[in-house]
Design a protein around this ligand. Sequence first.
Ligand SMILES: Cc1cc2nc3c(=O)[nH]c(=O)nc-3n(C[C@H](O)[C@H](O)[C@H](O)COP(=O)(O)OP(=O)(O)OC[C@H]3O[C@@H](n4cnc5c(N)ncnc54)[C@H](O)[C@@H]3O)c2cc1C
Length: 433
Amino acid sequence: MPDKQKNDPKTAEIVISGGGLTGLMMAITLAHTPYDVTLIDRSSGIDRSSGSDPASANSAEEAASIPRDRRTTTIHAAGAKMLDCLGVWSYLADKAAPIWHMHVAEGAATATTNKHSQAKSDFNLHWSHDDAPMGYVVENNHLFAALKKRLTSTNVRYIQDETISSLSISGQKAHMTCASGRAISCDLLIACDGANSPLRKLAGLKTRAASHRQSAIVAVLKSERPHGNSAFQRFLVGGPIALMPMPNNLLSLVWTLPTHEADAHMAMDNSQFDSACNAAFGYDLGRLTVDGDRLLWPLAPALSLSPTSDNIVLAGDAFHAIHPLAGQGYNLALGDAAVLADCLAQAHQRGLTAGHPSVLRDYAAGRNVEVLAMSAVTTALNNLFFNMPRSVRRLSGIGMSLVNASPLKRTLSHIAAGGKLNKASLMQGKLPH
Ligand SMILES: Cc1cc2nc3c(=O)[nH]c(=O)nc-3n(C[C@H](O)[C@H](O)[C@H](O)COP(=O)(O)OP(=O)(O)OC[C@H]3O[C@@H](n4cnc5c(N)ncnc54)[C@H](O)[C@@H]3O)c2cc1C
């Protein structure tokens, strides 16, 4: 292929729109199929969704005032296996904190001061793995860096600072025009352009979205006592508070609150916020103190009613933006890429184009169970606790006692480790075939 055409292609077999965590990972995954892949992203650096990218600040003071995004992602065991198989994990392994134990509690903390911290813990639902970690926690910035590094050693064409602005389908191809005037046609267009996916709208694909009632405060905390590579989740009436282990005995906080309460907590100074964290979480880890900036993420879970349309598939948050309480959003995106890679490998063996209707059909069929199950579980868990007092749940006999029933507990643990509801090759640690 001539160099000029390679750098500025008019046609491609596969185009991926969106270079966030999903788009980058999708590009690396599909580079392992026989089809050629082009990745287009509107930003040149890390997208912060809030529009507050330090790279776009006008002055040093402005850049310094932008909170540093230290969001983390929990990658389940099967997802880590997949990233290892794709050659990404080697860049991440020494920056990831393994999760060996998980502790869950229901309702407000009973120990209200550090003096009571030696009292019996009210975390009453526990999982432990002895043989291998159930998952890993990585900072999103490290995950981005690892994906970008790996991408450079693939054949993927990476076009940055470009936005897809129009779309039409004809002659069994997707035709796109970009903001710069560039025109590209492809057999298969993969929308990895986030929860508000412009391509999903252009393709006329509908979503079922919840209203924005809650926001998540994200921060890094230090604790007085070591976390012991345990993950903690406490279900409170306003929303769950989760602490995930990070390297160097730090903890990643994701605290879901009703929107107005989240705003009030963001307005607190650090010492008020520390006290609020301890009051909500308790003293199982001793005194908690915030380390660095706090960020606010509005939550409005949304699920696409169908993940495909002619020559188009949706993946990542464009397909399913689920509640972060189970830390499964990106794991679902890994599942999307793993399934699509298998569908494409099989299509190629049959001499079909990447956009053949059978690819779209097999992808939709391969994603239905896991995506619907995860979306239903996170929505149900959030609704079960959100604004429903413990006494009411007790009366109706639901809550932790139900989950603690042994077979369900084991099943949940297997599902959380990944690879149970999704049998794609990469989820089992094998390249697509
Ligand atoms: C508070 C919080 C905590 C979370 N914790 C976890 C966790 O522990 N584990 C987990 O698995 N998941 C977690 N998630 C979910 C996870 O962060 C998301 O699923 C994931 O980041 C989604 O990535 P994405 O690439 O699909 O979307 P995005 O990050 O939104 O990226 C979209 C990309 O598309 C680009 N784009 C948009 N429009 C266009 C266009 N027209 N043309 C070209 N490019 C375009 C943007 O520039 C951007 O790069 C969490 C989410 C939240 C909010």
